[in-house]
Design a protein around this ligand. Structure first.
Ligand code: SF4
Length: 222
């Protein structure tokens, strides 16, 4: 792990890239929790930009999330894109919607507003196909939770950057990363993680040359 000064320098650079790419949180649209859940699933299979556009197309094409739940996967995927990621994400979206329906007898996350953040996370993680980082994204973007979601891919990237001691998405690593940025920056940093960890800092052959923090990264090779 890098020393504190170098870690802070990398954190500042990531915050600066995030701010210029995604804007300030105050100007971001706060979505209802179920919209954000679908959005966050899409972000796991494509970029923030394409995933945001796909969410818009789903909401334009289907009456509500219940209609998405009962529609054939190819129809849901076709409303978003002809690319393979649309099929994979449509399958996962439908699994989550079905799980929600079976748990609550309704396709709604309105219950979250009556729960504490810890209870809300526990409920979300009780649904099929909802990981802790996915639940945390819903809490961060829809319920103003003061936390920074950490996926396996983001943990790998942050480890390579020298920001954490190992490459696992543990609570300890999540807390260590949260100390690097003030809470107001978490949404932008979370989007930076989404866009860069899976496609740039990928498991094999990371694309160092395209990475905005290449010059500061111990593994960047610049
Ligand atoms: S420079 Fe390479 S190893 Fe470092 S964060 Fe970027 S993609 Fe990952």
């Amino acid at each position: 792990m890098l020393g504190a000064k170098k870690r802070q320098k990398i954190a500042r650079t990531i915050a600066s890239v995030a701010r210029s790419r995604y804007g300030e949180l105050k100007r971001r649209k706060v979505r209802p929790p179920l919209d954000q859940m679908v959005q966050s699933i899409l972000w796991r299979y494509t970029s923030v930009r394409r995933g945001t556009r796909a969410l818009r197309e789903l909401k334009r094409t289907f009456v509500d999330w219940n209609e998405v739940r009962v529609s054939p996967v190819p129809e849901v995927a076709g409303a978003m894109s002809t690319a393979p990621w649309a099929v994979t994400s449509a399958e996962r979206i439908e699994k989550v919607l079905w799980s929600l329906f079976q748990t609550r007898n309704a396709v709604s996350l309105a219950i979250l507003s009556d729960l504490t953040p810890t209870q809300a996370r526990t409920f979300l993680q009780s649904l099929q196909e909802v990981s802790r980082d996915l639940a945390d994204e819903v809490l961060l973007f829809s319920l103003q939770g003061a936390l920074l979601p950490l996926s396996d891919e983001a943990a790998r990237m942050c480890y390579r950057l020298g920001l954490i001691r190992n490459d696992r998405a543990t609570l300890q690593n999540q807390k260590a990363l949260m100390r690097l940025w003030e809470p107001g920056l978490y949404p932008g940093v979370a989007l930076y993680f989404v866009d860069h960890a899976r496609t740039l800092c990928r498991q094999d052959n990371p694309r160092h040359k395209d990475c905005p923090v290449n010059a500061l990264c111990p593994e960047g090779g610049s």
